[in-house]
Ligand binder design. Sequence first.
Ligand SMILES: C[S@@+](CC[C@H](N)C(=O)[O-])C[C@H]1O[C@@H](n2cnc3c(N)ncnc32)[C@H](O)[C@@H]1O
Length: 175
Amino acid sequence: MFEIGLLTIIVLAGLSVVWFTLQLGISPMPSSAKATRAILAASEAAGEGAIIELGSGWGTLLFALARKYPHRRVIGYELSWLPWLYTHLYKSIFRLPNVELYRQSFLAADLSSATLLVCYLFPEGMEQLQQKLAAEHGANRLLISSTFALPASTPEQTTRLDDLYNTPIYSYQLG
Ligand SMILES: C[S@@+](CC[C@H](N)C(=O)[O-])C[C@H]1O[C@@H](n2cnc3c(N)ncnc32)[C@H](O)[C@@H]1O
């Protein structure tokens, strides 16, 4: 009986990840170690203040940022249930009080308080983000985007990773 219950939970959890992947158009694929290191290095160009991750997935980048900047608010928005739940548990177990997690679309969130925005999305998500940023009034924000560029902005800096795809990490000075 216990095994059947456990198996049901595992199957439902797996199905929820598949469902959100189909709904959102992107899986919760985590940033690689190289991408994480490059994003942490690029983040040093941002001013003090809150950091927001747009689609925080399993928290790979979120927790790396929270450890690098323990005195800054590090906020993650994630819609997919299982990664969001995992990051909640991780935050509690590893006691990272500067991390805030919201199971909410970043497209419906107020991003104006952040001095640093970080994302690893997909082309359509970058188009939606471009429209959202154009409609918002935030001053002096740095956006770091892994792999995908904003369609209508020129990055201030592009770093290419030493990996199979020479993955680009784009930095945009916004506002
Ligand atoms: C490729 S993963 C990257 C995860 C994490 N940022 C990292 O680098 O390890 C993209 C994540 O964005 C989430 N996502 C996509 N659109 C979203 C939205 N509108 N609001 C919140 N999360 C979103 C997906 O569920 C997925 O977990």
